[in-house]
Write a protein that binds this ligand. Structure first.
Ligand code: HEC
Length: 199
């Protein structure tokens, strides 16, 4: 037997052996394929309210770390107390100017939808709810509101004052400042009317 023939026989045997191996290790199509480290591909997850042995308190939902600030949210360091309303008046300034036409327009929209029912279209404290027994708010054109700083008004809208509830949940911070712009424009209009001799 020459060596080429021997080699051919060896190659044939190797081929047949590989066929045999292929048959022996064939995959069962009814079973999922073998997967190394499947948890690296699909991380096991816990449902929000499921018990979780990985945390000391055994819960999946973890409270945020104290002092956590939600994205896009700036903390306000005030309480609903009167002193804090006055402090807000000293510390906070309206970041928007009435020259900003978009802000002024939005302020008018916010006032009409969220303030007018109590404060009245001109801010005189004669909104429609006062006809139905709701205690009339003071006029926004009166001395107190004229002298009230923007920051304190912001505090009123954010924390409420007396019979006026907080509007923090209904109005974004920006919208509250815009409503204040509109209150100022009502006051200016009233002052211009008085200066023109009309009450
Ligand atoms: C549910 C009725 C109601 C709505 C709505 C309302 N207010 Fe008031 N507001 C009041 C009442 C009542 C007061 C007086 C509170 C008190 O001191 O007893 C008041 C007080 C105020 C004050 C302080 C006035 C002062 O002289 O102390 C401002 C400023 C003010 N509101 C602005 C607004 C703006 C701006 C909105 C709209 C975002 C609004 N309010 C929505 C009822 C309302």
């Amino acid at each position: 037997m020459n060596s080429t023939r021997k080699l051919n026989i060896v190659l044939l045997l190797v081929f047949l052996a590989s066929l045999g191996l292929n048959w022996a290790a064939r995959r069962d199509p009814t079973q999922p394929n073998r997967e190394p480290l499947p948890e690296m591909v699909r991380t096991p997850r816990y449902n929000a309210f499921a018990p979780n042995p990985n945390f000391a308190d055994g819960k999946t939902l973890q409270p945020p770390v104290p002092g956590t600030i939600p994205r896009g949210y700036l903390p306000l360091h005030y309480t609903a107390a009167k002193e804090d309303a006055l402090r807000a008046g000293e510390e906070l300034q309206n970041p928007l100017a009435s020259a900003d036409a978009g802000a002024a327009q939005r302020g008018a929209f916010v006032f009409t939808n969220f303030c007018l029912e109590c404060h009245g279209a001109a801010g005189r404290g004669d909104g429609p709810v006062t006809l139905r027994g709701f205690p009339a708010p003071p006029s926004l054109l009166a001395e107190r509101a004229l002298n009230m700083k923007d920051g304190q008004m912001f505090h009123v809208l954010t924390y409420g004052q007396g019979n006026m509830p907080s509007y923090a949940a209904q109005l974004s911070r920006e919208d509250r400042w815009k409503a204040i712009l509109f209150v100022r424009s009502l006051q200016k209009q009233a002052a211009a009317r008085t200066a023109g001799g009309k009450p």
